[in-house]
Write a new protein. Structure first.
Length: 220
């Protein structure tokens, strides 16, 4: 996959987050004084002042956002070159998985052994708003590019969805996209990517989590 494609995708994802964050102040008018705001599992007090609003906006801007696209190569076996109107849940699934991958990468860095330079102070990496370096962010975005080579791409999602009875061009529900992303995670067969356990009845079972961990430690 060429770097201009990845660069375009990174730019589009970042632009979407900025546009969404600009909508936050206008959306605060209807919030109760005791309301809270949730952004991908993070809880914030009601943004009743500029400081609170800024905290929510920073969190939104730090997210990797995916939305409808057009003009990509036709999805294999179809004539679709855009997912406008039917890919919303698929893009939402991509964003949730991307958020998990960001947190995993930040956690790995926090627990890694830092090697200092001879003078005792290595230069800190240049971080994006997500907290990742540019290379780390690019590596995550790359696995969601609209290409058959990307493990969590729209072509891969639609292919797995079709295998489960949801044809390309059809809306996919939350439960279906969760199962699709879980299967794609296993199919990726890479220890660098996450494994996904789907709680079908709202309960997360320890055995299922352990099986995901074993798959990740011993891929294949």
């Amino acid at each position: 996959m060429n770097s201009p494609t990845v660069a375009w995708l990174k730019s589009a994802a970042r632009e979407a987050s900025y546009r969404l964050s600009r909508l936050l102040p206008e959306a605060n008018d209807g919030l109760r004084a005791d309301a809270v705001v949730w952004v991908l599992g993070r809880e914030f007090a009601a943004p009743a002042d500029s400081v609170a609003e800024a905290a929510v906006a920073r969190c939104v801007r730090a997210c990797i956002w995916f939305t409808y696209r057009q003009g990509f190569a036709p999805i294999p076996g179809t004539i679709f070159t855009s997912d406008a109107g039917w890919g919303c849940m698929m893009r939402s699934g991509q964003m949730i998985v991307a958020a998990a991958m960001v947190r995993l990468q930040l956690a790995r860095r926090a627990t890694a052994v830092h090697v200092r330079s001879v003078d005792g102070a290595a230069d800190p990496p240049q971080l994006q708003e997500s907290g990742l370096t540019e290379a780390e962010e690019e590596a995550i975005v790359r696995v969601f590019a609209d290409s058959v080579d990307a493990p969590f791409s729209l072509p891969c999602i639609t292919a797995e969805g079709a295998a489960q009875g949801t044809s390309a061009g059809s809306w996919m529900g939350p439960a279906a996209i969760a199962q699709v992303m879980a299967r794609l995670a296993v199919r990726a067969n890479s220890p660098d990517l996450l494994r996904i356990s789907v709680a079908m009845d709202g309960t997360l079972y320890q055995d299922e989590v352990r099986s995901c961990i074993l798959l990740r430690v011993n891929p294949g």
